[in-house]
Design a protein around this ligand. Structure first.
Ligand code: FES
Length: 284
């Protein structure tokens, strides 16, 4: 398949030569015979050189004030950012008001064309917020969805970073019913009129079944955010919270879904964005 990747796809032109040094390490190849560098033009490890310089400075400063040494050493190594466990985060609507199932069912449904994204559990991990409830009974839509919350189990959230090569929303987008007519073939033949689709290389995910793969090249489902609905029938206030994430593999680009970024606050607000719709599917 040959699909033009939109400008927002950051991985269309990947490097062809393999990385031969640790990711995150400063790296430079010095020109042959250049001043102050190896005459053979071998690789110069800037991290080590700068670290030695820093430690020399720290040694001098340390003689004057021991308290500065610890502070300086703190910056000799980059901080490991991440969290140890999934936080409990209240979701807010685009207007800043708490999301309630009543509000969601009044504002969003399976036909909503705009994307609604929120960050969780890290500030660089966007997720789709979807209500798959049909507009009219018997019309396109889904209730009782695995992991779905709300009165009919139609409210779900999935990672908005493609599990193929990591194209984020809006290049990966929710396609409402009627956007592209498509029957998916594979282990399961499915005539599903709404799904998540990635315009970068054509991966498609089933929003009614844990974001399972409908078309490749992605081979893993999108991570699903675990939502908690505080049901008024049991004394709750109807609000919706993100409390965890269910993944087969971590969010693309992260060694661990909990690491590689900073934790969102105690609330996470929906952001509205226009999707990129290309209707490009792999030929199979
Ligand atoms: S990044 Fe390749 S299909 Fe999404």
């Amino acid at each position: 398949m040959n699909v033009d990747c939109p400008a927002s796809c950051p991985f269309v032109a990947g490097r062809s030569d393999p990385l031969d040094f640790p990711v995150g390490q400063l790296h430079r190849v010095a020109p042959v015979g250049s001043s102050g560098t190896s005459p053979e033009g071998v690789e110069v490890d800037e991290t080590k050189r700068n670290l030695l310089k820093l430690l020399a400075i720290v040694g001098v400063v340390g003689a004057a004030g021991g308290g500065l040494v610890g502070g300086a050493l703190q910056y000799a190594q980059p901080p490991v950012v991440g969290i140890k466990s999934f936080p409990t985060v209240q979701l807010l609507d685009v207007d800043g008001a708490p999301l309630t199932a009543t509000k969601v069912n009044a504002e969003y449904n399976v036909t909503t064309p705009q994307l609604h994204l929120f960050y969780y559990p890290l500030t660089n991990e966007p997720n789709f917020f979807l209500n798959l409830a049909p507009v009219t009974p018997g019309g396109p839509g889904a209730t009782g969805v695995p992991g779905g919350v709300g009165p009919t189990g139609s409210i779900v959230a999935y990672s908005a970073i493609c599990q193929h090569l990591g194209c984020p929303a809006p290049a990966i987008a929710y396609y409402p019913p009627g956007t592209c007519s498509k029957t998916f073939t594979g282990t399961v033949v499915k005539d599903l009129p709404f799904y998540i689709h990635c315009s970068c290389h054509g991966s498609t995910y089933d929003v009614t079944n844990k974001a399972a793969n409908l078309t490749g090249p992605a081979i893993y489902p999108l991570p699903q955010v675990e939502l908690l609905w505080k049901d008024p029938a049991t004394g709750g206030d109807d609000t919706i919270w993100a409390v965890g994430e269910s993944t087969v593999v971590p969010v693309n680009g992260h060694f661990n879904t909990l690491q590689g970024g900073y934790q969102v606050g105690s609330t996470s607000q929906l952001e509205s964005e226009s999707p990129i719709i290309l209707c490009q599917f792999p030929s199979s």
